[in-house]
Design a protein. Structure first.
Length: 371
């Protein structure tokens, strides 16, 4: 009986508390209804230069250090995925599923890079700092536009129809929620629309882009090269423009010795149009260890087809500069452990390895296709 009475008392007390609480109405304005102004993320010349450094330091990111080569080679007949990553095997064998984490991370990386470019394009003109001249603002916008075009070119090549985001996301409140929502969850645009935007970005950037001699910055020659590639790759190629833009590239030449492209002693050479500058700092080039070395099973292993092509042509010069064979402690279905091949175009292990984003040889081949 005592237990039952205790339960009744507790129930009664609870009911009383509920009655009291129901009369105590919430009178605080929801913070979601407060349209808080969002300030520009760029206020000084230093802010703008730091953002430009962020754009270029992306070359130390996993996308550029690993996935750039994997996407370009392991999904072709040139290389096997290598290592033991199931996600990479899916890409190698063209059986990618929706949950593939490699694809997911590359999507996030590319759109993160694009957001950095949009920061400059959207906000640099709002800076009122005597240390940042109008000419430098214009140059920054040209560099950012070229880099954004480069990233969208990668995205459309990888995935086809893609979202085209042109505004940086820096904050959200009730006043801009609908606008930000459409930026964070944008609708996909067609491949043609993607190439139209890429071409517009590049053509708009040409007049004020750095000179072609600035090989570590988004420069005029890179813009011309990307314009040639975009006009060749869009649904209805314009081969006359491919030839035109490829011909506009100037101040570059093929190196006389092929191995000089990759020996680490000729960075920023005459054949380079644009390259990532590994500096063991903001761009720590760790990618070399992903492809070369016998300490653990590497990625992006040269294929039998590639080796056979070099061998059949008797091209020992290019094969020796591109592939290094070594005995290893592991085996796979493609190569014996006694003579295992590695990609040999990235050889420096101290974080200072450069790698090409665009080479003149690539453009010459494209121009030959257009002629």
């Amino acid at each position: 009986m005592k237990i039952n009475k205790a339960i009744y008392y507790l129930l009664g007390a609870s009911a009383l508390m509920m009655t009291v609480s129901c009369n105590d109405f919430l009178d605080t304005e929801p913070i979601t209804e407060q349209a808080i102004s969002i300030e520009s993320p760029l206020k000084t010349a230093g802010d703008a230069e730091n953002r430009m450094n962020t754009i270029y330091s992306a070359f130390g990111n996993e996308y550029w250090q690993l996935d750039y080569a994997m996407n370009g080679d392991a999904q072709t007949d040139n290389a096997y995925a290598g290592a033991d990553n199931v996600q990479s095997f899916q890409q190698d064998e063209y059986r990618i599923i929706a949950t593939n984490s490699n694809v997911e991370r590359d999507w996030k990386y590319l759109y993160g890079f694009i957001n950095d470019c949009n920061m400059i394009l959207n906000y640099v003109d709002q800076i009122n700092d005597p240390a940042l001249t109008t000419a430098r603002k214009t140059e920054m916008k040209s560099e950012a536009a070229i880099m954004r075009a480069l990233y969208y070119f990668h995205a459309v090549q990888l995935w086809g129809d893609i979202p085209l985001v042109t505004k940086a996301v820096i904050g959200v409140n009730s006043g801009n929620f609908d606008e930000v929502y459409s930026q964070v969850y944008p609708a996909r645009k067609t491949v043609q629309e993607a190439y139209d935007m890429i071409i517009a970005d590049l053509e708009g950037a040409l007049a004020n882009a750095p000179a072609g001699s600035e090989k570590y910055r988004a420069n005029k020659n890179l813009a011309y090269g990307l314009l040639a590639k975009a006009n060749a790759s869009k649904p209805n190629p314009d081969w006359a423009k491919v030839k035109q833009y490829a011909s506009n590239i100037s101040g570059v030449n093929l190196l006389p010795v092929y191995d000089q492209l990759f020996d680490g002693l000729h960075e920023g050479n005459s054949e380079s149009i644009f390259e990532a500058n590994g500096n063991a700092g903001s761009v720590w080039a760790w990618g070399s260890s992903m492809f070369l070395g016998t300490d653990w099973k590497k990625f992006n292993i040269p294929s039998n087809d590639l080796v056979k092509t070099f061998s059949d042509a008797g091209d020992t010069q290019r094969m020796n500069s591109s592939i290094k064979f070594s005995p290893v402690a592991w085996s796979d279905n493609y190569w014996p452990s006694t003579n295992y091949p590695f990609m040999y175009k990235m050889r420096k292990m101290d974080g200072t390895q450069n790698f090409y984003i665009m080479r003149y040889a690539d453009i010459l081949l494209l121009k030959a296709e257009a002629v």
